[in-house]
Every structure is written in C-alpha cells, then in structure tokens.
Design a protein around this ligand. Structure first.
Ligand SMILES: Cc1cc2nc3c(=O)[nH]c(=O)nc-3n(C[C@H](O)[C@H](O)[C@H](O)COP(=O)(O)OP(=O)(O)OC[C@H]3O[C@@H](n4cnc5c(N)ncnc54)[C@H](O)[C@@H]3O)c2cc1C
Ligand SMILES: NC(=O)c1ccc[n+]([C@@H]2O[C@H](COP(=O)([O-])OP(=O)(O)OC[C@H]3O[C@@H](n4cnc5c(N)ncnc54)[C@H](O)[C@@H]3O)[C@@H](O)[C@H]2O)c1
Length: 477
C-alpha cells in the first residue's frame, strides 16, 4: 500500500522487544505502527526460546521413559525415536503460542501492523515498501542473528544455525556444535537425549558467565551422558564432504580433526542493522549493536533501541524489562533506566543451571573481598534423593550483614527455584529472611533453607551462644 502516514510511535521489529513496546504504547492510547518483515513473534517464538524448550522437553521425556524402568540409571535412550514426529510436536507448540503474538491480536489492541522491511530515510521518516511513516518516536527492535566466525569452510549457507536446526526432519548422526554458550549447551543436551552423537567445541570454556563449580558438575553430567566437550580449541577449518563434515582444530598446539554429519554454529550473536538506514537517521552503532544510554535512547533522542539489537544481556525477559523502560520514557516522560542488578538467566540443560545477581568472582571484586559463600549439594536434599536426582547444588553469595548478592542453582528445575533468589537480590534481603521462611517438605526448594542454615550455623552453634544458653539454664522456669 503506497502513501504516507503519521503516528506517535513507530516500532521496527515484532519480536519480544518490539511487541512489548507496541502493546504498551497502543494500550496507553498512542497511535502505534509496528513493522515486521518476517514472522510475528520474532526469534523467541519461531527460532529461539520456544522451539528450543519444546525440543528439550521431548528429549527429557525420551530420557525419562528409559530411566523409569531403572531408577537412578543415566544411560541414554535405546528405544527408537520418531525425530520428525518430535519436530511436528515442536511446531505444534509454536502454533499454540503464535496467536498471542499475531498481527490480528495486535490490530485488536489498536496497533497498525505493516508486513514489510523498514528502512530509515532520514531521522524522522521510515520507509516500509511503498509507504512512508513519520513518527514522534521510533523504536528499533530488529534483534540479532547467529554470528558466524570467519573460519575457512564455515559458510552461513552450509552450516546449521538456530534459523535452520529446528527444521531438520532427519536425526543428525553426529552433530558438531561450535560454541558452548547457552545455545550450544541446550542443543547438545537435546540432541544427545534424542539419540544423536554430539561433540561441542569451544575456544574458551563452557558457560563462562556461570559459577565454575556448578559448571564443572554439569560438565561431568554431560560427559557421563556421552557428550564430547572439547574446550580451549581453536578452529582451523571446516571441510564439507560428501558424507559429512571434518572440523580441524588446534588443541594446545596439537592438530585434531573431528568428523561429524552436520555443524551447528552457536558462537554468539550479531545485531541486525544491515539495510536499516541507520546512517541516514544519524543513529550510532558498532559491531556489538546500536549504542544506547541507560534510558535506551540512541544517539538520536527520539529514537530508542532495545532487545538483541543493542549490546548487553540478550534474553526475552530482558527485552520485557527494557520495553517497560522505553514505554515509561516515551509515554510518561519519566527518566526510567535499565537496571540489571537482579538479572536472572537459566540454561535449560538437564539438570538446569540458573543464576541471579553477582557471581562469587564479581562479588569479590565489587565488594572488596567482603563476601561469604554457602555451597550445599543436592545430596543433602530428601526430595532429590527420593527422585534419584542428586546431581546439583546451590551456591549463595552474601555480603556484609548476610545480604544476598547472588545465587546459582544446578537442579532439575533450577529455573523455577531461582525465583525466590530473584526477589531476595532485588529486594536486598539478607539470609535471615530465607532462614525465617517455612518451606514445604519435601521439595528441592528447601535447599534454600539449608543454605541459610549453613550461613547461621557458626553463629547459632558457636561457643558464645552455647555459653549463653548454658547460663540461662539456671533461670527459674
Ligand atoms: C536457540 C535460542 C534459544 C533461546 N532461549 C532463550 C530462553 O530460553 N530464554 C530467554 O530469555 N532467551 C532466549 N533466547 C534469546 C531470545 O530469543 C532473544 O533475546 C529475544 O528473542 C530477542 O528479542 P528481540 O525482539 O530483541 O529480537 P527478535 O526476536 O529477533 O525480533 C526482531 C524482529 O525484527 C524483524 N526485523 C529485523 N529487521 C527488520 C527490518 N528492517 N524491518 C522490519 N522488521 C525487521 C525480524 O524479522 C524479527 O522478527 C534464545 C535464543 C536462541 C537463538
Ligand atoms: N536459556 C536461555 O536463556 C538462552 C538460551 C539460548 C540463548 N540465549 C541467549 O542467546 C545468547 C547467545 O547464545 P550463544 O550460546 O550463541 O552465545 P554466547 O556468546 O553465550 O556463547 C558463545 C560461545 O561460543 C564460543 N565461540 C565463539 N567463537 C568461537 C570460535 N571461533 N570457535 C569456538 N568457539 C567459539 C565462545 O567462547 C562462547 O563460549 C546468549 O548469550 C543468551 O543471551 C539464552
């Protein structure tokens, strides 16, 4: 449709970030235009969180079916798996959630949705197909794409990324994964549990942002499950052959070749900025993303940017937090700012690994060493023992006065268990608040109380308190 339209807010990109902003501004009565060139819902719904979690759910179910026969066993599934059927199930999950992100739903909220590619013509105008849109404010939420390292043979067209892996109908014999970040680890666990051979290669070490002790426990678990992890390896080349791929590595000076059936690249993300006309709009960016301040304003104050297209933590819940900041800034003119102090994340491996707040290493730096740590293994938790799921632990980092600075959990449902600690970190609670809680028995969540108990043990059962209690014996009843 040709023509020119004017609105209050023009949002580019209908992923988690753009949708959240558009829903907020339209419901607040601002005339909102949303431009999306591909699928509504963006990465999270179509090629990210949703398909990956649906695939992991199928993979964990397949594994559980086997272990039910022999509790405590950890071998992988021996029954045949209908891989194409699993993929149909993944698509059914996407289809079930899609209406929530659909153009119809957003039109009903009062948003004008345009299915086209947006490009800035100047700082006040965006072109989408034949249409020109001028707006009071613009919001760039164009997301990210898989970063493909410049390695000979690692060509975007020949390797799998999150855009293509969920489309596979045939089970890969041997999936070679480049990158042991959350994407690589989740896909390694899912594919291994669906019966594939899996090798993960990383130039550094796996899940570098998480607590090393918990990562070490997860690494052991994955290796016991038969996943090969090659860390500290420099990729030299990828050779595509008729019968698969050969990946050459430099491992501490020694050359090694790993052969597999397919390569999946999960080596980080690159912002989607090409063709957006950012130069014409005067919006600054670099290879990490669009530059923004803490109010998410770009170098042009009336143009905001959020989500994966900016540098920073790249999660759907972060996009949601950022959307709230953008809406408060432009609709209410409040100087709201992003705050990542209580940022949580979860890697949905099996067991899951979750985290919020500061790690021990960061807390030591930021708190000048005034830090205590409680580490409790799941072996001490009755529910974990009853379910033969004792692989895991909690690690809580506290500062002065027992203030909770951060927590990490490795457990089957660590993603659910971290919520309590999100509240504790955000509300600046101390270990006393956790110790005062009554938590239901037997749950894995009770490990929180065990950590708090361990924190207070030296004080409560120390010599001074014992002496005091002994003295009290002589008081009349
Ligand atoms: C495999 C995988 C698993 C993940 N799992 C999780 C998870 O479990 N939990 C979690 O919190 N996060 C997860 N993430 C991260 C999460 O998916 C992203 O942080 C989130 O989707 C980013 O949202 P966004 O709106 O910024 O970008 P996107 O969802 O990428 O949306 C951007 C949209 O902009 C559109 N667009 C781009 N350029 C233009 C243009 N010029 N004109 C019009 N439209 C345009 C694109 O088509 C796209 O739809 C995962 C990511 C991957 C890859
Ligand atoms: N459960 C979740 O919340 C979830 C799941 C998946 C993705 N995500 C989001 O997506 C983002 C991207 O995930 P990711 O795993 O692709 O990126 P990442 O940046 O977290 O990890 C990439 C890994 O690839 C390695 N790497 C990079 N270049 C390499 C090379 N040339 N050779 C070998 N290894 C190389 C890095 O050392 C790193 O360990 C995450 O940071 C996260 O924000 C979240």
């Amino acid at each position: 449709m040709a023509g020119h339209s004017t609105c209050d807010v023009c949002v580019i990109g209908a992923g988690a970030a753009g949708l959240s902003v558009a829903a907020g501004t339209a419901r607040l009565g601002l005339r909102t235009v949303l431009i999306e060139r591909a699928r509504m819902g963006g990465e999270c719904l179509n090629t990210g969180c949703v398909p990956s979690k649906a695939l992991l759910s199928a993979a964990k179910a397949a594994h559980q079916r086997e272990t039910l026969r022999s509790p405590g066993r950890s071998e992988l599934t021996s029954s045949p798996i209908d891989f194409a059927g699993v993929k149909d199930g993944v698509q059914a999950v996407i289809d079930a959630i899609a209406p929530h992100d659909s153009a119809e739903r957003f039109e009903a909220l009062g948003v004008t949705v345009i299915a086209d590619t947006a490009q800035f013509v100047d700082a006040r105008t965006v072109r989408a197909g034949q249409r020109h849109i001028t707006a009071r404010w613009f919001v760039i939420a164009t997301g990210s794409k898989a970063f493909i390292p410049a390695i000979p043979g690692l060509d975007a067209g020949k390797v799998l990324t999150n855009d293509s892996i969920f489309q596979l109908r045939e089970r890969p014999d041997h999936l070679v994964i480049i990158g042991a970040g959350p994407i690589g680890i989740e896909m390694a666990v899912a594919h291994r549990r669906l019966g594939c051979q899996v090798t993960v290669i990383d130039r550094a070490s796996m899940l570098v942002n998480d607590e090393p002790e918990l990562v070490a426990m997860l690494r052991d678990r994955m290796q016991q499950d038969g996943i090969t992890l090659v860390e500290g390896a420099d990729l030299i080349a990828v050779d595509h052959r008729k019968d698969g791929v050969a990946v050459s590595l430099d491992l501490g000076g020694a050359r090694q070749t790993i052969t597999g059936s397919q390569v999946f690249v999960a080596a980080g993300r690159a912002p989607v900025v090409d063709g957006l006309g950012l130069e014409a709009a005067g919006v600054s960016y670099d290879r990490k993303g669009i530059a923004v301040d803490r109010r998410l304003r770009t170098s042009q104050r009336h143009i905001f940017a959020l989500g994966d297209v900016i540098d920073g933590p790249r999660f759907t819940h972060v996009a949601g937090h950022q959307a709230g900041v953008v809406v408060r800034n432009l609709a209410f003119r409040l100087p709201a700012k992003v705050n990542y102090d209580a940022l949580p994340w979860v890697t949905f491996s099996d067991p899951e690994l979750s985290h919020v707040g500061l790690t021990q290493a960061r807390a030591r730096k930021e708190m000048d060493g005034d830090v205590a740590v409680q580490f409790v293994r799941l072996e001490k938790n009755d529910r974990a023992v009853a379910e033969h799921r004792t692989d895991g632990a909690i690690k809580v980092v506290t500062g002065r006065g027992g203030r909770i600075l951060g927590a990490s959990i490795l457990a089957p449902a660590a993603g659910e268990m971290i919520s309590l600690w999100c509240l504790a970190v955000q509300r600046r609670m101390t270990m006393k608040a956790i110790s005062d809680l009554m938590l239901p028995y037997p749950t894995m969540g009770e490990i929180a109380k065990a950590a708090a108990g361990q924190h207070f043990e030296p004080i409560i059962f120390g010599a001074r308190v014992r002496k005091f209690v002994r003295a009290l014996r002589w008081l009349p009843i």
